[in-house]
Design a protein around this ligand. Structure first.
Ligand code: HEC
Length: 421
């Protein structure tokens, strides 16, 4: 099956279609006048940001694409590095074909962050195998950075060239070329995102929405950026402004010198997973659960508009409106109508009630769902989102999510009953 899928991985000529991601947009990067986005739908889209159109859509990773970084001109001008749930890092030219120019292998669990060194000679990766790695792009020995307890979630090159990592263990570590690692700071909560700022300052975001700026001497300044986990940080080209993206759905822009909140960007209220500034610092792109890449005026905080085709789904008339709102989080990965699931990250849910788990022809399920030992009913779907997909169907590809609120759950089931029929 895997071989068949690999053979089908296409680099679609973009003009032929209105590109849109089939799942949350998890990563963004800018390189040589192009913008790349990547997501849970396993694809990467390279955009012409001025025309708002896709130049190429690539599906190559076996699993979600979690991270992107620009590549230096000396390696692949205008190219990108992508890293995925499959533990692999691929190096792509500016106009990617179906196969990458090079693949960096070594991580054994999902890679979740990438960073390019200031001079462009090195690429660093952070992974859930508990390590970070430093790859010399011209070739040479790969450095494996070991020491975090658990997932390494963030990696950055400090302005002095030193590699820094942030982890689930709440620690911020530095990795000098020679000698042992340095524990720069330790916080009580998991750290999700890391970015480098001028003068050796590092920005870290944690699961409780706390933003911290850590100076080279370990001095910390902090601000509450929201109530929900921070999942991405992006520094403006000069490093004067920091964008903070959160699962709460808003993106905040901070003045680094004063740590003052400049703007709150009000999007569709769905989790935002990624952000990157344009090279001139005047606009900011964000990507999230609404599957869109949105553009903002970074100076005023106003929206400029999303790229690509329309991602909205037709909500059937008469469907429970409360349930339709809850459904918006599912719509990132699932279609309601039948036929081909297209590039959507999840199978379509048409005819869901009465359908056997893992039974949609043509969709590549995880082994757990392919076993088909559950029939979807109001009760079994309720159970799936009460105990969580990771508990009910361990090994599933569907990300962990539960509905703690009984009213939301009931409304979602009412909505599904009408909308999947
Ligand atoms: C980030 C993507 C994503 C989101 C968001 C998501 N799902 Fe899924 N869902 C998947 C994937 C991927 C699968 C297939 C899992 C597998 O094969 O293990 C799946 C499978 C399912 C199945 C089983 C379908 C079958 O054919 O057996 C149901 C039911 C389902 N999802 C319902 C929902 C509902 C309801 C929501 C919102 C509360 C939701 N999903 C949100 C990705 C997602």
């Amino acid at each position: 099956m895997r071989i068949l899928v690999i053979l089908l991985l296409l680099a679609v000529p973009a003009a032929a279609q209105e590109a849109v991601h089939g799942g949350p947009v998890r990563a963004l990067a800018v390189s040589g006048g192009a913008l790349a986005s990547a997501g849970f739908d396993q694809s990467m889209i390279v955009w012409d940001p001025e025309l708002g159109r896709a130049r190429a859509v690539v599906r190559w990773h076996a699993g979600a694409v979690n991270a992107l970084a620009p590549l230096p001109d000396s390696i692949l001008p205008g190219g990108f590095a992508s890293a995925g749930e499959d533990g692999r890092i691929a190096l792509w030219p500016a106009r990617p074909g179906a196969q990458p120019a090079r693949v960096l292998e070594g991580h054994t669990e999902p890679v979740v962050a990438l960073a390019l060194s200031p001079g462009g000679a090195r690429l660093a990766s952070a992974a859930w195998d508990g390590t970070a790695r430093v790859w010399h792009l011209a070739g040479g020995v790969v450095r494996v950075l070991e020491g975090h307890r658990g997932n390494v979630n963030g990696v950055a090159f400090r302005s002095d060239g030193m590699v820094a990592t942030a982890g689930f263990d709440g620690t911020l570590r530095l990795w000098p070329e020679q000698g042992p690692a340095v524990l720069l700071a330790e916080f009580g909560f998991p750290l999700n995102a890391l970015a480098a700022l001028p003068d050796g300052v590092l920005a870290v975001g944690d699961v409780r929405g706390v933003l911290r700026l850590v100076a080279p001497d370990g001095a910390v300044r902090e601000a509450q950026a929201g109530a929900r986990p921070i999942v991405a940080l992006a520094a403006s080209p000069g490093g004067a402004v920091l964008a903070v993206a959160s699962l709460g759905g808003s993106v905040t822009l901070w003045e680094v010198a004063s740590l003052r909140l400049r703007h709150t960007l009000e999007g569709p209220g769905l989790p935002v997973w990624s952000a990157v500034f344009a090279p001139d610092g005047a606009s900011l792109w964000t990507g999230g659960t609404d599957r869109r890449v949105r553009r903002w005026n970074a100076l005023t905080g106003r929206p400029i508009g999303p790229l690509g085709g329309e991602a909205a789904q037709d909500i059937p008339e008469g469907a429970n409106p409360h349930g339709a709102r809850v459904w918006r989080a599912c719509a990132a990965c699932h279609a309601l109508t039948g036929g081909d699931s297209g590039n959507m990250a999840g199978p379509h849910l048409h005819g869901l009630f009465g359908r056997r788990m893992g039974s949609l022809p043509g969709y590549e399920y995880s082994e757990r769902l392919a076993r088909g030992d559950i029939v979807w009913t109001r009760e079994t779907v309720a159970d799936l989102f009460t105990r969580g997909p990771d508990v009910v169907t361990p090994g599933t590809k569907m990300p962990i999510q539960t509905l703690g609120n009984e009213e939301d759950l009931r409304a979602l089931l009412d909505f599904l009953e009408a909308a999947t029929r």
